[in-house]
Write a protein that binds this ligand. Structure first.
Ligand SMILES: Cc1ncc(COP(=O)(O)O)c(C=O)c1O
Length: 382
């Protein structure tokens, strides 16, 4: 018997195919280094989020192994049962000390931290206001939570002001993941200070911006009410935390289901994240190197069609058309570069792009070669 699920699945996949939007999972060796291997080819990787080059850092691997020696393998339970160890407590203290918050609540991923916050805090009759380009985890939770959700035009503070007709939870990313631009946090906070809460998801700003890599909020001299930080990007590992005040921390520990009913992250991972934070804070040379690469990128790319000037290691090249971009990405792979084509629905219709990301482990020469290859690929395809 054919159930409605069968046709639903087949139709949806076929539609994606027709639109040129099919995604595929590819098995990659060493996707966390500047050179990766795929199908026996070595390609320079400009698509990771490993901004500070810590994901394959050998010293950090040794720290993680030490964490396993100290704490064993899995956490064995959710945090409220027996899964919360000294390693988790140390990580929370280290985050609070670094980022200047009273509490840190740990999660297995940034996706679950964002959803846990919106689902546990918001009730019917509340107003949730989000930047239009916020991450899918925030948008999806906003659609399914009982609050009324409104979206303001990307980084448009005047539009936000018009929408903010009553107390609300205002949510923005610090650095936007697909555009690499920075939210006008200081201006947003002026609107939220008295009657609303400001929540910033700083997945892509942490480690990269601000003093000791404290992120977008430090960079903008803003302290939001809620800060979500993730460990899978500049920190080179995985997991996330919600940074907040004592009262909200107590509340989340009672009501954030993704925290309460999910196995705590392995204690060895919590230990490794704590060590990674130490490196991010003191190894300024990683941010200096990124800045150097960014200057080179600007020199080499600013005359290209689709170039966008950003202050972060996320560098979009906007093309708009879903088909051309796949051809360009394939042509670049032939020339030894891995650059993922980013297409709708990840980004808005008509704004398909190549998303170049720089990491502290790239070389100036690699950036120069990429620029030359993109120019040739664009001439061939466009
Ligand atoms: C802005 C933003 N928030 C949250 C997440 C989710 O974080 P995680 O990968 O830890 O689930 C991502 C991941 O891509 C992101 O870009």
């Amino acid at each position: 018997m054919t159930l409605p699920f069968d046709s639903r699945i087949l139709d949806a996949v076929a539609k994606r195919e027709r639109q040129g939007l099919t995604r595929s999972i590819r098995t990659i060796e060493a996707g966390n280094t500047p050179s990766l291997s795929y199908q026996a080819k070595t390609l320079t990787n400009f698509s990771s989020n490993d901004y500070l080059g810590l994901a394959a850092d050998k010293q950090l691997s040794l720290e993680w192994q030490r964490g396993i020696d100290l704490y064993g393998n899995g956490s064995g339970a959710s945090p409220l049962v027996t899964g919360f160890s000294k390693a988790h407590a140390n990580l929370e203290s280290s985050l609070c000390d670094w980022l200047g918050f009273e509490r840190a609540i740990l999660f297995g991923s940034g996706f679950s931290a964002n959803q846990a916050l919106l689902f546990s805090l918001l009730k019917e009759g509340d107003l949730l206001v989000q930047d239009k380009l916020n991450h899918a985890s925030l948008m999806e939770a906003g659609m399914f939570c009982p609050a009324t959700m409104k979206r303001f035009r990307h980084n448009d503070v005047e539009h936000l002001k018009r929408i903010l007709t009553k107390s609300a939870l205002v949510v923005t990313e610090g650095v936007f993941s697909m555009d690499g631009d920075i939210s006008p946090l200081a201006d947003i906070q002026k609107l939220t200070t008295l009657h609303s809460w400001l929540m910033v998801d700083d997945a892509h700003g942490l480690g990269v911006l601000g003093s000791e890599g404290r992120g977008s909020c430090d960079f903008a001299e803003v302290k939001p009410d809620i800060l979500v930080v993730t460990f899978g990007k500049a920190l080179g590992l995985s997991g996330a935390a919600i940074m907040c005040c004592e009262n909200l921390g107590d509340y989340l520990a009672q009501f954030a289901k993704h925290h309460m009913y999910s196995t705590a992250m392995p204690p060895s991972l919590a230990y490794a994240i704590t060590q990674s934070i130490e490196r991010v804070r003191i190894q300024e040379w990683r941010r200096d190197k990124l800045n150097e690469l960014q200057c080179e990128y600007h020199q080499c790319f600013s005359f290209l069609n689709g170039y966008v000037d950003t202050r972060t290691p996320i560098k979009p090249l906007l093309f708009g058309d879903n088909i051309d971009i796949l051809h360009i990405s394939k042509e670049l792979a032939e020339r030894g570069f891995w650059l993922t084509a980013i297409r709708p629905p990840t980004v808005a219709k008509g704004s398909a792009r190549l998303r170049v990301t720089l990491t502290a482990n790239h070389t100036i020469e690699q950036v120069r070669k990429l620029a030359k290859s993109i120019e040739i690929a664009m001439d061939k395809v466009v």
